[in-house]
Design a protein around this ligand. Structure first.
Ligand code: SF4
Length: 628
């Protein structure tokens, strides 16, 4: 455990503020690799909170530990794309050269091997985080060299086996071997904008009300997936009374297959920060928080440097942009590994130093959010888009996209295609066009919107009557198109937060893909609703039964029914946790039918009479009568 004096120093650094518990735990974890019992006791005594409260937070996050881990901790991405790109061989190589299995720490305390959910590198898998540094495009040979280097005691920075990545990935404060892979630019990514132009000139010509009206006129909708109108959210935020108002930028993209925020924060962070300042101006906020997922910790120093420069240039601080009494600053809060924190109220809980468990709504964050203040939570892409809209005007923006979905959308495309990466496309782009631009052939299926979204096929391959299924399951928010090939990205047809994963015909959709997605939801449930805690595991087991050839037709209906039960969960994670199975039953029903078709007269071989013979004999015996 850390010396008491060091803990005290840390606590003082964070002002003995219990809402900074995440930072305190992260700092101790970084200092010594874990947070021990005595550390917890010290924290509890000094902050005046119970041990249980400290432990609750500590035990919730993947990257915090209560037990010593290794000198080198290796977190290997377990997303489906990693598996498709050779993860198994990489995993075996780590186990072979480190001499331990995943989930273990070596006896000499040198290595810790851990699985982790998607780390936002699906365009360069297999990838791992080792002591907060990202290593991409791993192979068994590279693993051998890495482990050799670690055994030789090299610093993690000296183990990078390729040049640093392009753009700001090679900045001295980043030094990551990550590549941006920006494949297609449109109105947001086009480098036609001098950072902070709005703050330098235009902003003071607009009243906050005019800023909100312009965003409303543009019909900008939240880009995180839910699609709530941004202008309306800002208006609600402005109207709600509070001693403070808060702008939160949600940079906790954890949906497997999504990595656009990574690229935005690496190359377009000024647009995002400027969006936060503009949102603060419009809503009257004075507190700004950017919640950065732990997996992107390698960007933290670089982003803080950019914020320091903004303060120097008077784009943060007091009387920003020459507007009297417009005071606002931004702090970056690092997450600690929990997908559910992407949900806005869970994210707020985490920002307050607690477990990232979603809150009951209402009240919504805009009424009562961070520390009870009116809080506006916007996505990275939404904030950047708002800046471009205000710069060019809502009318300009209406030239792009479709009638119900204006503008463009950033896509993270990965999987079986020649050009994985970031694409900025207009809403209304068809799946056919996406496949052509990303170089995908021989396509079997596409996962739109990550595991929470839907698995769609490219043709009407089922040739089966889905009407019976439709009584049980109707995919929400989608039109049932005859030809899925021509479906278009839009809020009325195929809405998406931006993750597109392509699978070719060599992939086993149910065994590899759907099972992987179900494991993800099982792992990431916060556990507070019984539905979400139990049903995904039950559904996975039922699917396994079908895959093992023991399924009967009723099992499919059980799956659909249970998926429906899951919709009663408190937050989007639980509500979507059945989607991998529901959408695969719907679009790939033939794969299920193939497994059960020979079993219409299923005989399990189980003989109830035989199995209960002994107990029946016992029960049927005349009870012995004892005299006392
Ligand atoms: Fe937690 Fe799942 Fe319930 Fe969401 S649905 S609150 S993740 S248990």
């Amino acid at each position: 455990m850390a010396e008491k004096s060091k803990i005290n120093q840390l606590l003082a650094q964070f002002g003995y503020d219990k809402t900074r518990l995440m930072d305190i735990l992260l700092s101790i974890n970084e200092m010594q690799g874990f947070v021990g019992q005595e550390d917890m006791q010290n924290i509890s005594d000094s902050l005046g909170i119970s041990m249980a409260q400290v432990q609750e937070t500590l035990s919730f996050y993947h990257f915090l530990s209560q037990k010593p881990r290794g000198k080198y901790n290796i977190y290997l991405d377990s997303s489906i794309i990693a598996f498709m790109n050779g993860r198994e061989a990489v995993k075996e190589a780590f186990e072979k050269y480190c001499g331990i299995s995943f989930g273990e720490v070596s006896d000499d305390g040198l290595f810790g091997l851990f699985n982790t959910s998607c780390i936002g590198m699906n365009d360069q898998e297999p990838a791992a985080i080792i002591n907060d540094k990202v290593f991409t495009n791993l192979t068994p040979y590279r693993v051998m060299n890495l482990v050799e280097g670690m055994r030789a005691g090299k610093h993690i920075d000296d183990l990078v086996y390729e040049d640093y990545g392009n753009g700001n990935n090679s900045d001295p404060d980043v030094r990551a071997m990550v590549n941006n892979h920006i494949r297609k630019k449109s109105i947001i990514l086009k480098n036609d904008y001098e950072p902070y132009s709005l703050l330098k000139s235009k902003l003071k010509d607009y009243s906050p009300e005019e800023v909100i009206s312009e965003i409303e006129a543009s019909n900008l909708r939240g880009r995180g997936g839910a699609g709530f109108p941004t202008g309306l959210k800002w208006r609600f935020g402005r109207r709600t009374e509070g001693k403070h108002r808060v702008i939160i930028c949600n940079a906790d993209e954890g949906e497997p297959g999504t990595f656009k925020d990574r690229v935005m924060l690496t190359e377009y962070q000024e647009l995002v920060f400027e969006g936060m300042v503009v949102a603060a101006y419009a809503t009257g906020a004075d507190i700004g928080l950017l919640y950065l997922r732990y997996e992107y910790k390698y960007l933290l120093r670089f982003l803080n440097r950019k914020l320091a420069k903004m303060r120097e240039d008077h784009f943060l601080g007091k009387n920003i942009a020459g507007v009297k009494d417009f005071n606002f600053d931004i702090r970056i809060q690092l997450g600690a590994g929990a997908y559910v924190c992407g949900e806005e109220s869970a994210l707020i809980e985490s920002l307050e130093g607690k477990r990232g468990e979603p809150r009951d709504k209402p009240p919504f964050p805009v009424e009562k959010g961070y520390l009870g203040y009116p809080t506006i939570v916007n996505n990275v892409e939404t904030l950047a888009t708002a800046v471009k809209i205000l710069h060019h005007g809502a009318e300009w923006y209406s030239n792009f996209g479709t009638k119900d979905s204006l503008g463009t959308k950033l896509l993270s495309i990965s999987g079986d295609c020649r050009y994985p990466g970031i694409y900025e496309v207009e809403w209304g782009t068809s799946i056919r066009e996406i496949l052509a631009m990303s170089g995908a052939d021989d396509v079997q299926a596409i996962q739109v919107g990550g595991p929470s979204g839907m698995l769609i096929g490219l043709k009407d391959i089922n040739n089966l009557d889905n009407s019976e299924l439709m009584k049980w399951y109707k995919p929400s928010g989608m039109m049932i198109a005859e030809k899925f090939f021509d479906r278009r990205l839009s809020y009325s047809d195929l809405p998406t937060g931006g993750s597109i994963i392509i699978f070719n015909n060599s992939r086993n959709l149910l065994r590899e893909v759907v099972m992987n997605f179900m494991d993800f939801f099982i792992e990431e449930s916060c556990g507070s609703c019984s539905t979400c805690r139990n049903m995904p595991l039950l559904m996975k087991n039922k699917l396994q039964k079908i895959l093992d050839g023991h399924g009967i037709r009723k099992d499919i209906y059980d799956l659909l029914n249970w998926g429906k039960v899951l919709k009663a969960s408190r937050c989007g994670l639980g509500q979507a946790a059945g989607n991998p199975i529901l959408s695969s039953v719907f679009h790939f029903r033939h794969l299920y039918e193939q497994r059960i078709q020979s079993l219409t007269s299923f005989d399990s071989g189980f003989d109830l009479g035989k199995a209960t013979a002994t107990s029946s004999e016992f029960v049927n015996k005349k009870p012995a009568f004892h005299h006392f």
